[in-house]
Design a protein around this ligand. Structure first.
Ligand code: FES
Length: 238
């Protein structure tokens, strides 16, 4: 395995050449903001919060999907990046209907936490107030697409960990939506195993357990961690 040496926020580091900038930052204890990334799942670079500056590059790079290179000099916390991240969170809030005061994830929401992290207290962009569908046809769970930030964690966890591929992304631009099955009511999708991994992976209150009310959503990420580790260690094929 070859190794790259690079500098990240002034820290010299040597790391495997197939690592990402996000891995390198983690190695030296730097926490880069992220919303679509979830350890154990593939990375898609959807949320653009993990953007970093790399000397010699004329554009920002997404740390979760950019592999390290020998001699890279990376900045993760410049004023330009802080402004950019705040603007990204403002756009996420303006694009959906994120009314924390009656959301199931209030107080336990990664988008809400991110707003605090980047210092966002209002959005400078016009609120779109979309009217997206809510589907509670499943016997245990529900999805409120108004709270979805299209991180696609649900799509990836269902496909890559559960192997059911119930979720997918339909349409483009502001019509983009998470759909179940062939754009069916969730409760009619026979591939769904009712495992609840999409509920645990969802960073907001978009996918929830029925019966939870304001601020009651809880996630069990230890289940995902257990499954990912067991697979990596091939615990079931020995
Ligand atoms: Fe990298 Fe979302 S965490 S783009």
């Amino acid at each position: 395995m070859s190794v790259c040496t690079l500098i990240i926020d002034g820290h010299n580091i040597a790391i495997a050449s197939d690592a990402t900038i996000l891995d390198a930052a983690k190695e030296v204890g730097i926490d880069i903001p992220k919303l679509c990334y979830l350890e154990g799942l593939s990375s898609v670079g959807a949320c653009r919060l993990c953007m970093v500056e790399v000397t010699g590059e004329n554009k920002l790079l997404a740390a979760c999907v950019t592999t390290v290179q020998e001699g890279m000099e990376i900045q993760t916390q410049t004023p330009k990046l802080q402004n950019y991240r705040r603007m990204t969170v403002e756009m996420l809030f303006a694009e959906g209907n994120h009314v924390c005061s009656f959301c199931v994830a209030n107080g336990n929401c990664e988008l809400q936490d991110m707003a605090v992290t980047v210092g966002m207290d209002h959005s400078r962009f016009p609120y779109q107030f979309p009217t997206r569908s809510i589907d509670v046809s499943h016997s245990q769970f529900g999805i409120d697409r108004n709270r979805c930030i299209l991180c696609t964690r649900c799509v990836r966890v269902c496909d890559e960990i559960e192997g059911a591929h119930v979720w997918d992304v339909a349409n483009r631009g502001d019509q983009c939506d998470i759909i179940a099955g062939l754009d069916q009511p969730w409760g009619e999708v026979s591939a769904c195993t009712s495992c609840g991994k999409c509920v645990d992976a969802c960073p907001t209150g978009a996918i929830f357990r029925q019966g939870t009310t304001t601020g009651e959503k809880e996630r069990d990420r230890s289940k995902l961690e257990f499954l990912v580790n067991a697979r990596q260690n091939q615990e079931w094929s020995r």
